[in-house]
Ligand binder design. Structure first.
Ligand code: SAM
Length: 277
């Protein structure tokens, strides 16, 4: 059972995400986009587009003639994406679990940047991506690695194991739903994708202090960071995590390490020959 909620987002979290993701998810996303070799004229589906920063970057790459469609279940983030008024991009409230609004073979590229770990069930969405991709179409996924926990995840787990927080256990694998590289390989192959590359990339994210690190996580998790706790003790848990993080603070600030799994895959080409990206 997943405890993920799509109802905890706020205007403040959405706006803050727009600011802080520029130096984190967006930067990492441009690497995913480069690895996908997105070219002028292509039709791109950005699943979990958030506030649309990465989609705006892709919108310039696909010109002339190309389009970007961004979908995200959070209306507040879609509203910020729409405010960008991009001529060749559109943004809709939508969900990776239901791509029925899109015709089969209607995209050249589907990408998920910092989104796949928010999907509790991954098989259905992957089959949906395969369906909406044209033959030889590319899929790019950059997602958190379960095998490489960062300092924040470790500290959060330690704090949540203390009373009174341990009376409110998270779902067994918690949220987000990180996966291993081997799991992603199996899932992609099961859905009919041909894997072009699959790698584990170490991450290093520097933040000024514990409060900034927690705020970043709250915005990135659209309010799910401690969302399973009753409101009355959420602030207490938050403070305990901030204190633990600040204990490890250096002159540089706080480094949130970890790793992401990055996969580039494609659907079989129309004639059955391996497609080239
Ligand atoms: C960390 S943000 C990443 C946003 C954007 N891709 C970026 O690179 O900045 C995670 C996003 O995943 C979205 N998300 C969560 N569950 C989803 C689902 N079932 N389908 C599509 N997107 C989802 C969230 O709404 C959120 O905007």
């Amino acid at each position: 059972m997943s405890q993920l909620s799509l109802a905890l987002d706020t205007e403040d979290l959405a706006q803050y995400y727009e600011e802080v993701s520029a130096n984190r998810q967006f930067r990492v996303g441009t690497e995913l986009v480069a690895a996908l070799g997105i070219a002028p004229g292509e039709r791109v589906l950005d699943v979990g587009s958030g506030t649309g920063l990465l989609a705006a970057h892709i919108a310039t790459l696909v010109q002339p003639g190309g389009t970007v469609t961004g979908i995200d279940p959070l209306p507040l983030r879609i509203a910020l994406a729409r405010q960008k008024n991009l001529a060749n991009a559109r943004f809709e409230v939508g969900d990776a679990n239901d791509l029925s609004a899109f015709a089969s073979a209607s995209f050249d590229v589907v990408l998920l940047n910092a989104v796949f770990h928010w999907l509790p069930e991954k098989r259905g969405p992957l089959h949906g991506f395969a369906r909406v991709l044209a033959p030889g179409g590319r899929l790019g996924i950059s997602t958190g690695s379960r095998e490489h926990r960062g300092a924040l995840q470790t500290i959060k787990a330690e704090v949540l194991a203390r009373p009174p927080f341990n009376q409110y256990p998270q779902a067994r694998d918690g949220v987000p739903h990180h996966i291993t590289a081997a799991e992603l390989r199996d899932l992609l192959q099961e859905a009919g994708f041909i894997i072009r590359s699959l790698e584990i990339v170490p991450t290093r994210h520097l933040l000024p202090d514990g409060d900034a690190a927690v705020r970043f996580s709250e915005a990135s998790s659209f309010g799910n960071f401690l969302g399973h706790l009753p409101v009355q003790i959420r602030e207490q848990a938050r403070q305990a995590i901030v204190e633990e993080l600040d204990r490890g603070r250096t002159d540089e600030g706080i480094v949130l390490g970890g790793a992401r799994v990055v996969a580039i895959a494609h659907t079989p080409s129309a004639d059955g020959a391996p497609a080239q990206a």
